[in-house]
Every structure is written in structure tokens, then in C-alpha cells.
Design a protein around this ligand. Structure first.
Ligand code: 6LW
Length: 583
């Protein structure tokens, strides 16, 4: 019975995915039916990253660069089936949700698409930008040859599972909801005896100190896809080196030669972040803190270290087919202090075993940028995940590029990609409100980058604007484009910080250029941004330079996402809503 229902879900999924690959699922919205909106046509979008950290000699046959996935790709989780590795990351308020990558060497990764690519799997409508999809975890169950992805849509469906027999198919089941799993960071553990478990963070019955959380275990019925039995508390407080672990979360369990290893993040996903490890002889404990904890942190290192990496934690590790152990974890690359606009990124390091206990980095060691690894397969992965590169989309395929994300579920058919053009409707939706604005963004992956595009847009009515946005969330962003002011076509640049918008630039379009194609460029170097325009193929002219872009840092904006840059069109000047939460 289950199989046939599942097969039906897969069939439905294939139909839906095919539909979504070219079009959002929704029909046109009323605002689109009311009157044909003005349209902005983009002919290309180009992003170039150039971080000094990546301008180093690397032998791709035996070395790799950290981060292995640069930009806002947090909360990594990996699994292995034979020689194939798979990795997922969190996506919060962006749709589609949960990117999935494939690799043969844990370094060269290829995106397979997104696990949650159907509205029936993920509804982010109305959610704050840093809510939605928190930490996903992917696991392969050899006992039924099935892949499971479990995650939390905070303030949405909360905890749920989707599964597939083939991660390359692009089709995962509809969500199997787990209402009894309360709070965040669930992950699966499939034991050697075929038993299945979910381990996750939850609130303790009694808060004994600030940010007090606990780690619990539930048995999972694979046949009926539901939890069963009683919840077992694995960690409530008191790690040998830390009697009051704060934000203990992101747990994973491994059975290694009959001993159970439990790892978890601690300290909160900011500068105090760390990873701890415990061990037990029984899956249900008692778990004892390992003699060496934390097994990974950067919180006690000197501030002025070169190529500083902070916020290390949220580890997941595995053994490869040759018996080596490797772990992925999240970390950040501040450009000064604790300011970073690139969000929490994915790093890779080997797991060292000391007297039978796992260690990633011994106390006092900094995360290295270049790491040695044999068995690498150079140039087999997608070339836009780390290092310096130029990425360009000329919209000459019939499917949206993997890099593009919507803010919440796309509502209505406001984007059309065909014949080398991306046409976006100027909708009466503002990027300053918790809606689905007509915005498509790609992740900022470097501290030093440039992004440019060219638009064909003739604003007609007051409020109509099209151009670029550089976006952290609805209250922290830049909007840079062409609009109408006092009946005159005008180039504007607006900087919004904590919901307060300042217009930095308002330059009239010279007579005769109203119909001319307009090129826009944003150039950022750490905390400073410069903004340029050019009419058709004329030279670039700066309209603003040395602008403080720290408003797009996590430090300023809060939340769990990194900045994105992209194409935006609107027909409304709705200002930021007062006091909507930033995350
Ligand atoms: C995630 C938690 C964390 O659920 O941050 O870094 C939360 N660790 O494990 C959101 O990413």
C-alpha cells in the first residue's frame, strides 16, 4: 500500500518538478491579471569573485581550498553510498529549498538541484527571511537502499522527512511530517542492526541556564515512516569541560566498531561556536563527554590571525570507501572584526582519531585555507563553488539556473526565461515586505566581487523601478535601478539599514537615453561598495563609491543567511514595514 502511494507521489512529483523547472506552479496572481504589468528585460547577469585568500597556488590533484563551498551554504550534512557522496545545506526563506550536491572525492561537488523544489514540499509564504528551512540532514539507509532528508521548516511545517531511491532523479517524496519531533536539527541514524533513530535538539523540561538545550533520541519505524517508543534524553547538561553547554544542537550519531559517537554543536552559531563529542557503549547512552572537547572551535584564537575563519561548528563526518574520515562543517570569513556578508559557508577537514576519539582541530589550531587530500578528481565538479571565478548567465536555456533563488515561494508567473532574455514583471510587491518580490538572487561568495547586468526597462508609472538588489533581508539591503521621479526617468540607489532607507543617488537619465539599454554594476570590497552605470556599451561611470555595505553583514542584520545579489523589478515604493523582525 505504502509503495503504491509512494509511487503515485513520485509520479506527481515528476510532473510537478517538470512544471517547476520551467514555470512556478501557481497560476497568475490577481495583480497580474488586473493590468499587464510593465516588464524589465535582462540580457545577462555576471558575477566575478576575487578574494586574495584564493589567489594561492594549489595542486588540484592533491590539495583543495577551504571553504569547499563559498557563500551562504550553511549547516552542511553529508552521506555516502558506495563511491558517491551527497551533501545538503539549509536555505531558510529562499525557494527552492535544500540544495543537494554530488561528489566522488568530497571536494569537487556538482549541484543536482534542490530537494524541496515543489510547493507541496515547502511553503514559505509569510515566513520571516531567516525562518523556514533550518539545518537539513541527509542519510543513506543501506537496509532499504533509500535516501532520507530530514529538516525543520521553522514557523512552517516544522519537522518533516522526504525520501528518494535516487538523489540524481531530482524527485523526492512529499513531506512526511513529524509533529512529535519538537524544536530543530533532526538527523537520522541507521544502526548496523537495521534499527532507525532520529536524534534532535529540544528544550529541557526545566531551563537551568541561558540557552539551555538538550539532545534527545527517538526510534523511527522505517515501514510506517513514523517515530515510535519513548524519547530518550542523551545530553541534558554537564559536559566534562563545560558544565553548562549553551545551544547544544546539530547532533549526529555514528556506530564505529560497536561504540556510539554523538557529536553536536555548542556555543551558538556565532563567534563562540564549537563542536563537541561524546561516546557511549549503548545507542541510548549513557553518553560521556570525550576527554578532548571541543573537537573544533576557533573561539580562543588571536583576533589578528591571517585568513581568519570564525564560527566553526555544525559538523557532520563520515568514512570514505578507503577508510579515511572526513568532516564538513560551517564557518565564516569576516573581512573585519566579526563582519561578514557571505554568511556561513561549508568547509572540509580530515577527522583525526586520538585514542579512539574524533578530533577535527586541536585547541589553538586555525582552519587552514589549503588542505592536502589524495584521490582528488580535478575539474570534475561545478566550477563556481569556491576559488575565484566569473559566473555568467545569458538566459539561453529553458530552465532557471541552479544559482537563482526566490524570496519565499514564487507566486504567479512573473518571470520568463527564453531566447537569451530574462523578463521580469514590475509587480506591486516590494522587496521591503515579507512577500514574494519579483527578485531573483544569487549568493555572494566572495568578500571582493563585482556583479553586473543590462536591462531594457522604460518606467511608465510612479513607483515603477527595475534593476539590481543587494539583499540580506527586507530591512537590510540596497536597491539600485531606473525609476520615475517627478515624471523624469531617474537612476536611484537606496541603502536600507534596520528598515530605514536613505536615497544615496538620484541621477536623471540624460535626454535621448530613455529607451537606451542600461548597464548596472555593483563592486564590493569587504565593507565598501561602489555602484556604476553605463548606457549601452558606453564606459562605466561611478554614481556612488566607498559606500558602507556592512548593513548586509550578519553582524548588523542578524539572522542566519548570507547576502544575495540579483535582478529586481517593482511597481510600488512601499517602504520597509516598521518593526518587522529582521530574523
Ligand atoms: C541550525 C543550528 C545552527 O539549526 O544554526 O549553526 C541553526 N547551527 O544547528 C540555523 O542554521
Amino acid at each position: 500500500m505504502k509503495t503504491s502511494l509512494w509511487a503515485a507521489a513520485i509520479l506527481l512529483g515528476i510532473t510537478a518538478v517538470t512544471a517547476h523547472a520551467r514555470r512556478p506552479l501557481q497560476t497568475e496572481t490577481s495583480e497580474q491579471q488586473a493590468s499587464a504589468p510593465n516588464k524589465a528585460t535582462f540580457s545577462y547577469f555576471e558575477y566575478t569573485g576575487n578574494d586574495a585568500r584564493f589567489n594561492v597556488p594549489v595542486d588540484p590533484a592533491k590539495q583543495y581550498l577551504n571553504p569547499i563551498v563559498a557563500g551562504f551554504w550553511p549547516d552542511p550534512s553529508i552521506c555516502r553510498k558506495g563511491d558517491d557522496f551527497y551533501m545538503v545545506n539549509s536555505t531558510f526563506g529562499y525557494f527552492p529549498g535544500v540544495p543537494i550536491f554530488h561528489s566522488k572525492d568530497l571536494v569537487n561537488w556538482t549541484p543536482l538541484g534542490h530537494v524541496l523544489n515543489r510547493n507541496s514540499q515547502l511553503d514559505l509564504t509569510g515566513l520571516r527571511h531567516s525562518r523556514g528551512i533550518y539545518a537539513p540532514a541527509i542519510e543513506y539507509n543501506p537496509h532499504n537502499d533509500t535516501f532520507y532528508m530530514i529538516t525543520t521548516s521553522t514557523d512552517g511545517a516544522w519537522n518533516f522527512v522526504v525520501k528518494t531511491k535516487d538523489p540524481h532523479s531530482g524527485v523526492w517524496s512529499d513531506p512526511i511530517r513529524l509533529p512529535e519531533v519538537f524544536d530543530i536539527d533532526p538527523s537520522f541514524f541507521f544502526d548496523d542492526d537495521g534499527k532507525a533513530y532520529i536524534v534532535h535538539r529540544t528544550d529541557p523540561p526545566l531551563l537551568k541556564f541561558p540557552n539551555h538545550k538538550m539532545i534527545v533520541l527517538r526510534e523511527y519505524d522505517i515501514e510506517n515512516d513514523c517515530t515510535t517508543g519513548e524519547m530518550t534524553v542523551l545530553v541534558e547538561e554537564g559536559l566534562n569541560w563545560l558544565p553548562r553547554p549553551q545551544y547544544i544542537e546539530g547532533p549526529h550519531i555514528y556506530n564505529i566498531d560497536g561504540r556510539y559517537h554523538l557529536i553536536a554543536a555548542e556555543g551558538g552559531t556565532w563567534e563562540q561556536h564549537a563542536e563537541v563529542a561524546l561516546t557511549a557503549n549503548n545507542i541510548k547512552g549513557p553518553y560521556k563527554s570525550n576527554p578532548v572537547n571541543p573537537i573544533l572551535t576557533q573561539r580562543d584564537l588571536p583576533e589578528n590571525r591571517p585568513d581568519k575563519v570564525t564560527t566553526t561548528g555544525h559538523l557532520d563526518f563520515l568514512q570514505d570507501a578507503k577508510g579515511e574520515w572526513w568532516g564538513v562543517f560551517l564557518a565564516c570569513r569576516p573581512y573585519e572584526g566579526n563582519y561578514y556578508n557571505t554568511g556561513r559557508e561549508t568547509f572540509l577537514l580530515p577527522v583525526e582519531w586520538k585514542d579512539g576519539y574524533p578530533v577535527i582541530l586541536e585547541k589553538g589550531r586555525a582552519v587552514p585555507t589549503i588542505v592536502a587530500k589524495n584521490d582528488l578528481r580535478p575539474n570534475t565538479g561545478y566550477p563556481y563553488l569556491t576559488g575565484n571565478f566569473t559566473w555568467r548567465d545569458e538566459f539561453d536555456t529553458d530552465a532557471l539556473d541552479f544559482e537563482w533563488s526566490f524570496i519565499r515561494n514564487p507566486r504567479g508567473e512573473w518571470w520568463r526565461q527564453a531566447n537569451g532574455k530574462m523578463v521580469i514583471d514590475a509587480l506591486p510587491r516590494s522587496i521591503y515586505t515579507m512577500d514574494n518580490p519579483a527578485y531573483l538572487g544569487k549568493r555572494q561568495q566572495h568578500q571582493v566581487f563585482e556583479a553586473e547586468t543590462i536591462i531594457d526597462f522604460v518606467p511608465a508609472a510612479s513607483g515603477e523601478l527595475a534593476g539590481m538588489a543587494y539583499f540580506q533581508n527586507e530591512r537590510f539591503n540596497f536597491v539600485f535601478g531606473k525609476t520615475i521621479l517627478n515624471g523624469q526617468q531617474t537612476i536611484t540607489l537606496d541603502r536600507t539599514e534596520d528598515g530605514v532607507t536613505h536615497r544615496l543617488v538620484a541621477i536623471s537619465v540624460p535626454a535621448g537615453n530613455e529607451q537606451t539599454l542600461l548597464r548596472l554594476k555593483i563592486s564590493v570590497n569587504s565593507d565598501k561598495g561602489s555602484f556604476f552605470i553605463a548606457y549601452n556599451d558606453a564606459n562605466w561611470q561611478a554614481v556612488a563609491e566607498g559606500i558602507d555595505v556592512r548593513n548586509l553583514s550578519t553582524h548588523a542584520a542578524g539572522g542566519f543567511v548570507g547576502a544575495t545579489i540579483g535582478m529586481y523589478a517593482t511597481s510600488t515604493v512601499t517602504p520597509p514595514l516598521p518593526n518587522i523582525p529582521t530574523w
